[in-house]
Design a binder for this molecule. Structure first.
Ligand code: PXP
Length: 239
């Protein structure tokens, strides 16, 4: 049975990382977002971290106003981030765990243990018309917690799969199938590249992939438009 191709969300955080290395305005993440869209991205993802190491507050406003595709704001479950999300009303907010010293988002959110803190944040975003996604490991207990919290979407952390850990693709398949049974839209991301993305895009319940670091890194060699277009083709062919 044919299904619409899995959506590609391009995370442009590391364009801002490079900009911030010199403290000026170049390279501009909004320009990168527009180029990624022209190359076939269905959405743009940005992560406003507590330490503002890449995307900054003013980027959120400029990118929100400057693109016509859905914006997915990754955020920690804090009152500060909630206020920012409600001020800008992105299409979606993906709640991620955040530890100050980590290099990247190393694991999924512990939604099962953190239900009490997450519940008001999920409710406030949802009431504001923002589609809430929880970034979780492909673990049944986390999926049940996401459903109990009333999240619309789960994004499965593909980091362990990307590190080629045995059994991880099967864990993703089982989790994606459970997400569907629980009425959750299923997304996935972290550590995906040209070589490992196809098997994830082929999982029928996964509707969106969010990819950043590899695309921005590879763009140094081949240019952002060809790299995003190639990723788009690989995902479309697999899904
Ligand atoms: N999805 C989420 C929720 C993330 O936090 C990240 C990393 O910022 C990604 C997807 C993309 O991961 P990567 O940059 O490894 O492609």
């Amino acid at each position: 049975m044919s299904r619409p191709p899995t959506r590609l969300g391009v995370n442009i955080d590391h364009v801002a990382t490079l900009r911030n290395a010199r403290g000026g305005t170049h390279p501009d993440p909004l320009r990168a977002a527009r180029m990624a869209i022209a190359a076939g991205a269905d959405g743009i993802t940005i992560h406003l971290r507590e330490d503002r190491r890449h995307i900054r507050d003013e980027d959120v406003a400029r990118i929100r106003a400057g693109i016509a595709v859905p914006l997915n704001l990754e955020m920690a479950a804090t009152d500060e981030m909630l206020a920012i999300a409600l001020a800008h009303l992105p299409h979606a907010a993906c709640i991620v765990p955040e530890r100050r010293a980590e290099v990247t988002t190393e694991g999924g959110l512990d939604a099962a243990a953190g239900m009490a803190g997450l519940r008001p944040i999920v409710a406030a975003l949802t009431a504001g018309g923002v589609r809430v996604s929880l970034f979780i490991d492909p673990d049944p207990a986390q999926l049940h917690a996401a459903a109990a919290l009333g999240a619309a979407v789960v994004e499965l952390h593909t980091g362990a799969y990307a590190h080629a850990r045995p059994g991880e693709l099967e864990r993703l398949r089982v989790a994606a199938s459970l997400a569907e049974r629980l009425g959750l839209e299923c997304h996935a991301g972290h550590g995906l590249d040209f070589d490992n993305v196809g098997a994830v895009a082929a999982i029928p319940q996964i509707r969106e992939l969010n990819i950043g670091h590899f695309l921005i890194g590879e763009a140094i060699f081949d240019g952002l438009v060809p790299v995003v277009a190639r990723m788009r083709r690989i995902i479309s062919a697999a899904s």
